[in-house]
Design a protein around this ligand. Structure first.
Ligand SMILES: Nc1ncnc2c1ncn2[C@@H]1O[C@H](COP(=O)(O)OP(=O)(O)OP(=O)(O)O)[C@@H](O)[C@H]1O
Ligand SMILES: [Mg+2]
Length: 261
């Protein structure tokens, strides 16, 4: 991770995307820095989910280019880019543990989708650690149908985080949750983001959520309904650089020596 770098981590150049007669984007330019937390807000139908699908590699741009660390993004999903949707559907026949393990098994063994022996035990321990990190270890043996909405979103986060994505894309991840559970999820996401240093792009309809979590808030809008969407506001909020372990230790013990020598 390089938080000092000023070069864009993700760059979108001259992006164009159309569905039949509907042109969602034309000539869209946008950059994202590594380890930022970007909130994307805007009216329904302006293209927020389309933008995330393009960044995920689920859809290819029709025109222009998306680059990740300077390399053109291949239009295929990659474990480097995780996604959490508003309404998540886990594999119903697998337990929470089985669902988190599935991603790890597919990553290690793409053809069989299964691991054996020590490799399987490692994947199991890793999956359990992620369930613990999102507060779901007690539900490891439960099936998704038995989970509340908040628990399902925790499971979705655990599944994405287990693959250690460099970029986490979130499409209204907490839109279906009650306010109290939402606040808990904000704290959880915020600490996962702080600890991991990943870059987060979160679409939200909730302004307080967008502003309290984001280091930058982008407004995607269609000032002219007949024209493609544009970024109409781009608000840099107070930067919250990800602290290194040393910085964290210094914050906890400010009188300690600043260097190890
Ligand atoms: N697969 C598709 N086929 C045809 N049109 C599509 C497709 N996906 C998106 N669109 C159109 O592209 C435009 C942008 O859709 P998108 O879902 O990205 O909007 P959004 O900003 O996410 O909206 P919302 O806030 O309601 O989720 C809409 O006009 C939509 O109808
Ligand atoms: Mg959408």
């Amino acid at each position: 991770m390089n938080t000092q770098s000023t070069a864009p981590y993700i760059s979108i150049d001259n992006l164009g995307k159309s569905y039949g007669q509907t042109t969602v984007f034309e000539g869209l330019n946008l950059t994202f820095k590594e380890s930022g937390f970007y909130s994307i807000i805007g009216p329904s139908g302006c293209g927020k989910s389309t933008l995330l699908r393009i960044l995920l590699g689920q859809e290819a741009p029709d025109r222009g280019e998306v680059r990740l660390e300077g390399t053109p993004l291949v239009p295929f999903p990659s474990p480097h880019r995780g996604i959490v949707f508003q309404k998540y559907s886990a594999m119903p026949h697998l337990t929470c543990l089985g669902n988190v393990m599935l991603g790890l098994e597919l990553r290690e063994s793409p053809v069989l989708g299964r691991l054996f022996g020590a490799a399987r035990r490692r994947a199991r321990d890793e999956a359990m650690a992620w369930l613990r990190a999102v507060g779901l270890d007690h539900a490891a043996k439960s099936f998704p149908a038995a989970l509340s909405g908040g628990m399902q979103q925790r499971l979705a986060l655990a599944q994405s985080m287990a693959l250690k994505p460099k970029i986490l894309l979130m499409d209204e991840p907490f839109g279906a949750l009650d306010p109290g559970i939402r606040a808990d999820m904000h704290q959880l996401l915020f600490s996962l983001w702080e600890e991991s240093g990943m870059t987060v792009l979160m679409v939200s309809h909730d302004l307080p959520e967008a502003f309290s979590l984001g280091t930058r808030v982008l407004v995607l809008d269609k000032p002219d309904p007949a024209r493609p969407a544009q970024i109409t506001y781009d608000l840099a909020l107070k930067p919250r650089p990800v602290q290194t372990h040393l910085e964290k230790a210094q914050a906890l013990a400010p009188d300690a020596p600043q260097t190890l020598s």
